[in-house]
Design a binder for this molecule. Structure first.
Ligand SMILES: [Zn+2]
Ligand SMILES: [Zn+2]
Length: 369
């Protein structure tokens, strides 16, 4: 293992106050101990949840966000088992212990001890600035040239693909495609409707193609996003700014077998529920405001319809299983990950990129030389 030459300065994007902008700053990243892996970050995707997290706070500042990361292993701790210097890796926020009940049942999403991946109390912080601790949010901190993480937050990419494409597998793609493939397990021939065609929704459209869905209806208020959905395999589109999506889906399919709501607004969730056909399923993925509820009928016809409602967290994913699978599908041309990345930027352009993200179709990715 090559020794670090006296912890060189590392450029990172720091959040110093809740709701504030990110600032480029110099940090120091410790050497790996135990099962830690030091990663040279090559690409880091912008996820809306980082902007939301930085507006809400709830973690010690200063902090480094960024949780969609692809990079190359620069050094490994003495107890790591699965990684060597030079490995291409993708990071995940699915912190897990590997030995609790859910982990042993292959449900690392529900791990009971996600804090397992942190350093112990009393150990030096992984990241510092002028000697003071810096918080890598969700134990990653990918908006930086280097990142020190527990090996349980990494998966090796055996046959490397471009970093700016690989990084988006870390969060959005996993959650969107996982909703279709892992959570609802959409069967071949089923009909699917997707409400909200941002990154996650588009990944769900692509996953519905992979699952062999017979019809895929994309619903959004933005024509660009609907065009992207068609490019990825949607068979029909509904612009819900112009057309009532419930009536449109009832017209097209008589109700969809599987409807996925990625929007996160109660009135849209209600429309999505009403678009489900008999014995169909509503997958709720989009996060909505605290306290929001969904009111549904429970009279006899509603019961006879046997519509299921499934809240889906993180695509019911296991990133260790799913990311290599999606890389394989990408290499075969079956998962068109390249279509999801629409712009690459430098670290110092992140504030501007977040400001325009809501109107931007496709993923924005920070690349590092
Ligand atoms: Zn994310
Ligand atoms: Zn666990």
């Amino acid at each position: 293992m090559p020794e670090e030459e006296d912890e060189p300065m590392v450029k990172a994007l720091l959040l110093e106050e809740v709701g504030g902008p990110f600032h480029v700053a110099e940090i120091q990243v410790d050497d790996p101990i135990g099962r830690e892996v030091l990663v040279d970050v090559k690409a880091s995707g912008l996820c809306q949840s980082d902007r939301t997290a930085s507006d809400l706070g709830g973690f010690p500042l200063p902090a480094i966000l960024g949780h969609e990361v692809s990079g190359v292993v620069a050094a490994v701790g003495p107890d790591t088992s699965g990684f060597s210097v030079g490995d291409h890796v993708v990071a995940s926020l699915q912190s897990h212990c590997g030995s609790c009940g859910p982990c042993l049942r292959d449900d690392i999403n529900m791990c009971e001890r996600p804090e397992f991946v942190r350093r112990a109390e009393g150990e030096a912080p992984r990241v510092t600035r002028d000697g003071a601790p810096v918080t890598p949010v969700v134990e990653l901190g990918g908006f930086a040239e280097r990142m020190l993480v527990h090996e349980n937050n990494l998966v090796r990419i055996e046959q490397p693909i471009d970093h700016e494409i690989a990084c988006i597998l870390g969060c959005g793609i996993l959650a969107g495609a996982g909703a279709v493939l892992n959570a609802s397990k959409v069967p071949e021939g089923a009909t699917v409707a997707v409400f909200g065609c941002g990154g996650l929704g588009l990944a769900a459209v692509q996953a519905a193609v992979i699952a062999g869905a017979s019809r895929i209806v994309a619903v959004d208020v933005t024509t660009d996003k609907l065009a992207s959905a068609v490019e990825l395999g949607a068979t029909d589109t509904v612009n819900s700014a112009e057309t009532d999506p419930v009536a449109a889906i009832r017209d097209l399919l008589g109700g969809a077998d599987y409807v996925f709501d990625f929007v996160g607004r109660p009135e849209v969730t209600k429309q999505a529920y009403e678009s489900v056909g008999r014995a169909g399923e509503l997958g709720i993925v989009g996060l909505t405001k605290p306290g929001a509820t969904l009111e549904i009928g429970i009279d006899a016809p509603a019961v006879w319809n046997q519509v299921r409602i499934r809240p889906i967290f993180n695509g019911s994913a296991n990133f260790l299983r799913d990311i290599p699978y999606f890389v394989d599908l990408y290499r075969q041309g079956r998962f068109r990950l390249d279509k999801f990345v629409s712009r690459t930027i430098r670290l110092d352009e992140v504030n501007d990129a977040y400001a325009t993200m809501r109107d931007h179709t496709g993923r924005t990715v920070v690349t590092f030389p």
